[in-house]
Ligand binder design. Sequence first.
Ligand SMILES: Cc1cc2nc3c(=O)[nH]c(=O)nc-3n(C[C@H](O)[C@H](O)[C@H](O)COP(=O)(O)O)c2cc1C
Length: 479
Amino acid sequence: MKFRSPGKLRSAADFRAYLQSVDPRHDCDIALEGRDGPLGQPMSAGSLRIANRFATHPMEGWDATREGRPTEATLRRWRRFGESGAKLIWGGEAFAVQEDGRANPHQLFLNDALDVSSDLSRLRDELIAGHRAFGDTEDGLAIGLQLTHSGRFSRPDGHAAPLIAQHIPPLDERYGIDPGQALLTDGELEAIGERFVAAARLAADVGFDFVDVKCCHGYLLHELLGARQRPGAYGGDFAKRTALFRRIVAAIRVAAPKLEIACRVSIADVYPHSPREADRVGEPAGWDGALPYEHSFGSDPDDPRKFDLTESMEFLRLLESLDIRLVNVTVGSPYYCPHVQRPAAYPPSDGYLPPEDPLIGVLAHLDCVRQCKEAFPNLVLVGTGYSYLQEYFPHVAQHEVRHGHVDSVGLGRMVLIYPDLVRDVLDGRPFQKKKICRTFSDCTTAPRNGLISGCYPLDPYYKAMPEARQLKAIKKELS
Ligand SMILES: Cc1cc2nc3c(=O)[nH]c(=O)nc-3n(C[C@H](O)[C@H](O)[C@H](O)COP(=O)(O)O)c2cc1C
């Protein structure tokens, strides 16, 4: 697959020409307008006042202790989120509501044996200290905590220990899940729901402005949204598939009435991809033998290679009816369709070569959030998938916000290495080219191989770690 990486294009005008050759419906701004432009404008979401249009996405580091306590690397990452100058901090990272729902043994979690509130306070304080260190105040800064249960992707002690809400044949097969494995019972789901509520109460006590009841990327509450064949109270029709989510939201409202509730949702999805034997290019092998495909949320059951936003719109309507204003729109899953979820020039070790120009993956994100915004103008929507745009991220971001296609632009991988990008854009400074994320995917490859996540190619902090050498050796062996 031949494509031109945005970083290789010489100017915004060249990028625009390339963008429009890929999809003429898209455009970008040429001149950036800094704080006076669309990206510097404040917005509100429920009771939250957010002083600019940048968000940092949740970015987990696989770097907590086995007990779930933050380490120096965790604190550094949260500090850098604060340093970024983005005024919407979407959770720092996924915080597991219980130990068996951790996606790895180094994820933060609600450990009843510890004083978790002081750990969360430290993280939040560190973030605010980073924000203040650059002269910013807490005015218009909104900080959330993302709550999760990893469901089928749970690996609390480093080995797969899937807890599933439904069987998904292609994923069961890929991850060695026995077709006879029992589903989480309705009672077990309800107990997990109670843990979301306990974590939300704690977040409120610590001073977080909102919690994200996470429904994305293949984790438990996302899996449940597609569980059409699940029997009982939490599977089947749309009302039942959203019943646990609604139950959690209602209970958080009672437990922490002042806390805002937000939701990060995979609004669209595709059939699981895997590397083609001949050339390692990703393909949705077997999709045509699995029809109708009734296990996912936001894909067409008759052709699950394609998005179908019909139910996604219903979900947004539900969020609005529950008075959830702030929604982070993401797509797919990093496990089974990474080219869609986090478009990259270089795949992670357990991925595949891009089946399409990664720019198409970015535009898929932009299209989804545009459609959501058009249908639900009163929701405050955060967009995802921008890091691959590299130098031209702000040109696209400014264009999308200016035209009302999205309210806030979120940064994931880019913020790990170049948090001050936000300040550089707002203050009209030239980009620091050496700090631009080139989507090498080491931040994903490292944790997939049991190492902590970080920007190994560019960040001296990770470059100097012994893990950098381990990662190099792992990549060499795999190549
Ligand atoms: C190392 C790493 C950790 C991530 N951790 C989380 C997480 O904890 N919660 C979440 O919702 N998404 C997580 N994501 C996904 C990002 O938030 C984001 O959706 C993705 O990287 C695409 O945005 P980008 O193009 O700006 O990187 C993670 C991504 C990476 C690469």
